[in-house]
Design a protein around this ligand. Structure first.
Ligand code: LLP
Length: 414
């Protein structure tokens, strides 16, 4: 995170000292840098400048309204996977004409909402979904714009839970069956074929699976064209990884050059659905050390953030760098950094060398993606607040959930 730096030993995001934020809003607190969010957007615009393209930010990575609004103002489109995400995009001022709707289980109600909003495209994932979408569009007297999400059967070489492009995954239609399904789609009365889509996985650190998937998709697009089925866009999904620890994420400019070459002379617009690479390194989670607990085998730093706030370590054994917010002049000790939740899986990081005392603040880095958007109320913990920093300006973009709002909608029985 290059907007993160120290001044006299105190960690700052842009021009704001993180300890002042913790004083003001409490912890755990998600904190984002506007400059980092905008820089990530610009990096995509620059990398793909040679190819007519549209970036559709994958809302699931971080669906906070202020962040969606910031991206909408920069002209991005959005990749949604639910009616809830559609509502968020619209509430944040996103352009529905730049929205693609992915996901294997779209309900009829979600389809109706998206048709009424006038989205750019449904990324359809099965034959049954084609039939349902045509019926729902017909009932509304509309035509639904569709892509088929094809599963190119390439190994994205990432964590199995976030790999999606293999034959055994639930996503998309097998690429070998896609041509026949395009013919079916062309025959259905209330569908208009506009594109093709694929997404092979997340946190990819290697470009070659992405390039292989693109080649397979482009070959299919050419076969479709020869059959009279012309497309307006080719959506190659998201998946570009970021650096959490020592990964070497793919170079966006290199990806841009690879695709520019493949798209040269083609008529279709390129769509991409990045999530993590737009927000992941623009955010951190600020937490306070409640207790230091020396153990027989190891020392624990028990902090006030837990797996309900940041689920990635518990769910994927994901690594997030953890640093002390204020430096101290004493030797470091090795700690397992854990939350207050009552299960052993509630950890943020193992064996971290930290110079800390009880009451100190820690910053859990690279937490902008799949942090707040995956937060829950487990152990009846109100969800964290979120702040967005813009140079020396501080915006509280989400209030801390209260005990009252946490229980809204619940009823006792008679
Ligand atoms: N498009 C589709 C259809 C997707 O399913 C995803 C992510 C994306 C785009 C965005 O992928 P990205 O650019 O962020 O890699 N919770 C996990 C990640 C799950 C990703 C799910 N799909 C994590 O915390 O690592």
């Amino acid at each position: 995170m290059n907007t993160l730096h120290r001044i006299d030993g105190h960690l700052h995001l842009e021009d704001v000292a993180l300890d002042s934020l913790a004083e003001r809003f409490g912890t755990p607190l998600y904190v984002y840098s506007r400059a980092a969010l905008e820089a990530a957007c610009r990096a995509y615009a620059n990398a793909f400048a040679a190819t007519p393209h549209l970036i559709c930010y994958a809302v699931k990575a971080n669906s906070s309204l202020a962040i969606l609004n910031l991206f909408a103002r920069l002209g991005t489109g959005f990749d949604i996977v639910s009616g809830g995400e559609l509502a968020r995009v619209l509430a944040a001022g996103g352009d529905p004409g730049k929205v693609v709707f992915s996901g294997v289980g779209k309900s009829a109600a979600e389809m109706r909402a998206a048709l009424e909003a006038g989205i750019l495209c449904f990324n359809v994932e099965s034959e049954s979904e084609l039939h349902r979408l045509s019926r729902v569009a017909g009932e509304l007297g509309r035509t639904a714009p569709v892509s088929l999400r094809v599963n190119p059967d390439v190994d994205a070489r990432t964590h199995p839970y976030i790999s999606t492009g293999l034959r055994q995954n639930k996503f998309g239609v097998p690429i070998a069956q896609a041509h026949a399904l395009y013919r079916l789609a062309a025959s259905l009365p209330h569908l208009a074929i506009v594109g093709i889509d694929c997404h092979i996985g997340s946190q990819l650190t290697d470009l070659s699976p992405l390039a292989d998937a693109a080649d397979r998709v482009l070959a299919l697009v050419d076969a479709l064209a020869a059959d009279g089925i012309a497309l307006d866009h080719i959506d190659l999904g998201g998946g570009i990884g970021i650096r959490y620890r020592d990964e070497t994420p793919p170079d966006l400019a290199a990806y841009g050059r690879v695709l520019a070459q493949k798209f040269m002379g083609r008529r279709e617009t390129l769509l991409l659905e990045p999530g993590r690479s737009l927000v992941g390194n623009a955010g951190l989670l600020l937490t306070r050390v409640e207790y230091l607990k020396p153990g027989e085998e190891k020392n624990f730093a028990i902090v006030d953030a837990a797996m309900n706030d940041l689920m990635r370590p518990a769910l994927y054994e994901a690594f997030h760098e953890i640093v002390a917010v204020n430096e101290r002049n004493m030797p470091a000790r090795r700690y397992d950094v854990v939350g207050p939740i009552c299960e052993t899986g509630d950890f943020i990081g193992f064996a971290r060398d930290l110079t800390i005392e009880e009451g100190d603040l820690l910053a859990i880095l690279s937490a902008g993606a799949y942090g707040m958007s995956m937060a829950s109320n487990y152990n009846s913990r109100p969800r964290a607040a979120e702040a967005l920093i813009d140079k020396n300006k501080i915006h509280l973009i989400r209030e801390r959930e209260t005990l009252v709002t946490m229980m809204v909608g619940e009823r006792l029985i008679d």
